[in-house]
Design a protein around this ligand. Structure first.
Ligand SMILES: NC(=O)c1ccc[n+]([C@@H]2O[C@H](COP(=O)([O-])OP(=O)(O)OC[C@H]3O[C@@H](n4cnc5c(N)ncnc54)[C@H](O)[C@@H]3O)[C@@H](O)[C@H]2O)c1
Length: 446
């Protein structure tokens, strides 16, 4: 089978992993972004963000000539390829609804390119978009700009992405399932055949469905995971009121029930990142636009909004007034193995600590450059975890980086001014750490 030539618009986590994934299996891939700095890095084989296992494969893809990244040349990318994955960002507006601005502009660009193209081309929306977007926004723009008919002159699919930052490339290569929302059968066949060629005998279960159902599958999946997190955080908050209760044991036992499962039952400071918060908000906003209020999801959101501030409350319970106190923050990224701080739970925590007059020193293995763009000189940045906790009145664990697990109770006791440790991610054994420290943790009863 002749390999399709592939273009990718938007070269963030999804676009870059898709591009490198196909290039690593011998496809000719042309990416296009409007960010010249990002493109320059990519063309040198340097990922523009921290993502494990991506560096070498990106370098190989560039050196082999299988991947090139253009700047603002969507038309060229579409004209020179057979199928385009659009993976542009879909951020939140201030009211929580989805901002489809990048989807609109990229659709205009793709439509203009299609006007000049005689060969059949398939457009695949990979970005997370609210139900109805591909049919009611993308398709009309493509048809208007191209002066062609979707389904006969060109194809259109919606193919949501399920990768997780921190294991993004691995997830691209070994996905649990492929969801293909198709405008028409020919479009869906083209995309399914591409994936069959890409994954070979390891092709995962493939669900073919309508455009709107594919769009909703992505939101329903993220909303379910966010619900599990807010659920266990609710149980954690109940545990904190009960003598001798510990949410960790509750979650372990619950997880052994096959109907529930162990994953996403880690109590903590809530979910952050570029997806869950914005996707839950967008699903609520789009449901309300259809005149339905999803009360369950509103509660999920509310729990997540207040949860990070539990860390500050626990800190105040130990220290009283925070004015002038030195608080050490371990972990800035929204999760380990990324330098992404979009909607990171540390942001409301640090903002509240600063409001209360505390002096904040923070450390993260990779996210300090990102943090500097957010907090600038409002906080201090440490060069290591030990440097961070030195002379601190209290330390809060915000991100569960494995290197923080290596800190012993003695490390905290020896280095801190007051040995007060708040475990916001449940990475320490309370029995061991409470022997030498004033230890509190999310979901740990009195
Ligand atoms: N990050 C994740 O873990 C993840 C997982 C699954 C799905 N998604 C979804 O995938 C989409 C992309 O997410 P991301 O995290 O990769 O985004 P990102 O914000 O990291 O990158 C998006 C990129 O698109 C670029 N862009 C915008 N308009 C463009 C255009 N017209 N032409 C070319 N480039 C353009 C932006 O400059 C940016 O670099 C979003 O809809 C997101 O919700 C993300």
């Amino acid at each position: 089978m002749v390999k399709l030539n592939i273009s990718v618009l938007g070269i963030g986590y999804v676009g870059l992993c898709t591009a490198v994934g196909f290039a690593s299996r011998g496809y000719n891939v042309i990416a296009s972004t409007h960010d010249a700095e990002k493109a320059a890095k990519i063309n040198k084989g340097v990922p523009p963000f921290h993502e494990p296992n991506l560096q070498n494969l990106l370098k190989e893809a560039i050196d082999s000539g299988n991947l090139t990244c253009l700047v603002d040349e969507t038309e060229k990318a579409v004209l020179q390829t057979d199928l385009t994955f659009s993976a542009v960002g879909t951020p939140s507006r201030t009211d929580g609804s989805i901002d489809l601005h990048f989807i609109e502009t990229s659709s205009h660009d793709m439509g203009k390119a299609l006007r000049q193209k005689s060969a059949y081309h398939v457009v695949v929306i990979k970005s997370t978009v609210v139900p109805g977007t591909t049919q009611d926004l993308v398709k009309p723009i493509l048809e208007r700009e191209s002066k062609k008919k979707c389904g006969t002159d060109f194809g259109l699919c919606m193919n949501p992405e399920f990768l997780r930052q921190g294991s993004a490339f691995e997830d691209t290569i070994h996905t649990d399932r492929i969801v293909i929302g198709e405008h028409d059968k020919k479009s869906g066949d083209k995309l399914e055949n591409l994936y069959k060629d890409f994954y070979g005998k390891d092709t995962p279960p493939t669900i073919r469905t309508t455009l709107a159902t594919a769009e909703l599958i992505k939101y329903a999946s993220n909303a379910m995971l966010a619900t599990k997190i807010s659920f266990i955080n609710t149980i954690a908050n109940i545990c904190e009121k009960i003598q001798g209760a510990d949410v960790k044991d509750v979650a372990t036992a619950m997880g052994l029930d096959k109907r529930i499962g162990t994953l996403f039952l880690d109590a903590g400071l809530g979910y952050g990142g570029s997806c869950f918060p914005k996707d839950v908000k967008a699903l609520i906003a789009s449901s309300k636009a259809f005149d339905y209020t999803p009360e369950l999801l509103e509660s999920v959101e509310n729990v997540n909004h207040t949860q990070p501030l539990k860390a500050v409350q626990l800190c105040k319970q130990q220290l009283g007034n925070l004015e002038g106190k030195k608080i050490a923050i371990l972990g800035l990224a929204f999760k380990p193995d990324t330098d992404d701080m979009r909607e990171a739970r540390v942001i409301p925590i640090i903002n509240q600590l600063l409001k209360e007059g505390a002096h904040v020193t923070a450390y993260d293995p990779v996210a300090i450059p990102t943090a500097k763009t957010i907090f600038n000189t409002k906080i201090q940045y440490a060069s290591s975890a030990l440097d961070c906790i030195k002379n601190a009145d209290c330390c809060i664990i915000v991100t569960e980086w494995p290197e923080f697990q290596k800190l012993s109770p003695e490390d905290f006791a020896k280095n801190m001014k007051q040995p007060i440790l708040i475990d916001g991610r449940r990475i320490y054994n309370p029995q061991t750490y409470s022997k030498k420290l004033k230890f509190t943790a999310i979901g740990l009863g009195k």
